[in-house]
Every structure is written in structure tokens, then in C-alpha cells.
Design a protein. Structure first.
Length: 164
């Protein structure tokens, strides 16, 4: 039974034709799970194409499951982060399959200046999966301690991606 399901899935993925990044005016919305040290949460991103290989957008993270620090619970502003981001959508430069998008980029937010690297794979014209890593390059506090470490460290996210 597992072999039949696998063959059916491969066949369906093979016949779908979805282009991931179409350039200027292209719009993507993503929502997923955010995983990092001392907390997990939800992340949402929105990207809009500026040119053939460039996009600009925003990302927002809210940590749901967080560890207390010295018996104290974090406030809303400790859990929340919002960033502006710039992506270089480079899959077509490397002549990668049309359903896959690779996008390194930079982001600046209320907690830090950082970078990210993501992958999107679209199964249909409007639906796909994504995975992304983000990490700070420069933090606004030279030595973040306690709750300042939340949303100010390496994190991994995975979720769904939608063409708008």
C-alpha cells in the first residue's frame, strides 16, 4: 500500500506545473512554525516581487511556547518580532526546476539586523511548502540576556506557502 501511495504522489507531483517566482508583481504569503532555543511559535511572511529576481516583504514572529527566565514570564514585546526583508530569488539563475525557489536575503527588524535563506516548493499553482533559516548579523544590544535572546538568535521555520 505504501508503494502505491508513493507512486501516486510522485505521479501527481510530476504532472503539476507551478512556477514559484514570476518576478515583478508576484505575491507570496507563508505561514508556519518557528523553532528556536528557549521557544517555539508561529511565523508569517509576505513577499512581493520587485523585479525578475528581487522581492521585498515583511515577516512577523510570535513565540507561543517560551521558557521563563528566573521565574518571570515574558511580555508581549519579548515574544513578538516584525521585520522588513529583501530577497534575491535565484533559482532561475541556477536553472533549477520551475517549482523550486531559492531565496537568500537580508532583514531588519525591531530586534536585529539579520539574514535568511529559504526554499519554496510549489505542488500546484497556488500551494507549496517552504523552509527557512534566519540568523542575526548584528543585534541592537551587544550582549542580549534573558528575554532579549528571544527572536534574536538563529531560528528555523517550516510551513505552507501560497501564491496570491
Amino acid at each position: 500500500m505504501k508503494k502505491i501511495v508513493l507512486l501516486l504522489a510522485l505521479f501527481l507531483f510530476g504532472i503539476t506545473n507551478a512556477q514559484v517566482f514570476s518576478g515583478k508583481g508576484d505575491k507570496k504569503f507563508q505561514v508556519g512554525a518557528n523553532i528556536q532555543d528557549h521557544g517555539t511559535g508561529i511565523i508569517a511572511t509576505y513577499d512581493m516581487g520587485l523585479g525578475k529576481n528581487m522581492s521585498f516583504g515583511f515577516t512577523s514572529t510570535y513565540l507561543l511556547g517560551v521558557e521563563e527566565v528566573l521565574g518571570e514570564k515574558p511580555n508581549f514585546d519579548d515574544r513578538f518580532d516584525i521585520r522588513a526583508r529583501f530577497n534575491a530569488n535565484i533559482a532561475d539563475i541556477f536553472d533549477v526546476e520551475e517549482k523550486l525557489d531559492i531565496y537568500p536575503g537580508l532583514n531588519i527588524g525591531v530586534k536585529n539586523f539579520g539574514a535568511h535563506l529559504g526554499l519554496r516548493y510549489f505542488f500546484t499553482e497556488g500551494f507549496g511548502l517552504y523552509s527557512e533559516i534566519q540568523f542575526p548579523i548584528a543585534t541592537y544590544d551587544n550582549d542580549p540576556v534573558g528575554f532579549e535572546k528571544y527572536n534574536n538568535q538563529f531560528n528555523f521555520s517550516i510551513g505552507t506557502s501560497f501564491n496570491l
